[in-house]
Write a new protein. Structure first.
Length: 173
């Protein structure tokens, strides 16, 4: 794990990143570096914690009881968890792309940019977390890819039917 830099400190202070979010980024970073296939490991963790997080988000009134749109659902999760500056969702039939906009260049939980992980993958917990929490809410999307671009991360999803063959049951690896 890379040591925290003056730039990271400035970002964390200037963007008022709560210490809990910084702690989560450090934890994800350290865990990811300890495991050979870090993305699969993080995806597996999200599979386990997603249903519990969904229940708590509902109990606290941070997400609604029913959603008809996966994009609205993800936007509400973003608002509840303060993941990034804003979210946009573009649908194209059976697939959609979620844009997580990072005005200052970092997601507020990023294990690489905030946590300092030295990873080949993004180590991002959100593609599979959105997928798993979405499943709890009745959505049937599977993550197919994530791409980091300047100012935004793009998460790609495919709408699937239950037990569809050829779709990895955990994440997009």
């Amino acid at each position: 794990m890379r040591p925290v830099t003056k730039g990271n400190i400035k970002y964390i202070v200037d963007e008022d990143i709560p210490i809990q979010q910084y702690f989560c980024s450090l934890l994800l970073s350290a865990l990811a570096e300890l495991i050979e296939d870090s993305q699969l490991f993080i995806d597996s963790i999200m599979e386990v914690i997603g249903p519990n997080l969904y229940v708590i988000l509902k109990a606290k009134g941070l997400i609604k009881e029913n959603y008809s749109d996966f994009g609205d659902f993800i936007r509400d999760i973003n608002n509840a968890m303060n993941i990034c500056d804003s979210v946009n969702v573009v649908s194209n039939g059976a697939s959609l792309v979620v844009y997580l906009y990072r005005g200052c260049g970092h997601c507020k939980y990023c294990p690489v940019d905030i946590g300092g992980a030295d990873l080949k993958s993004t180590g991002c917990p959100f593609p599979v977390l959105f997928e798993v929490i979405g499943k709890e809410a009745g959505f049937e999307y599977k993550t197919t890819d994530i791409k980091r671009e300047k100012g935004a991360c793009k998460i790609y999803y495919k709408k699937v039917k239950k037990n569809e063959k050829g779709i990895n049951p955990i994440g997009y690896k």
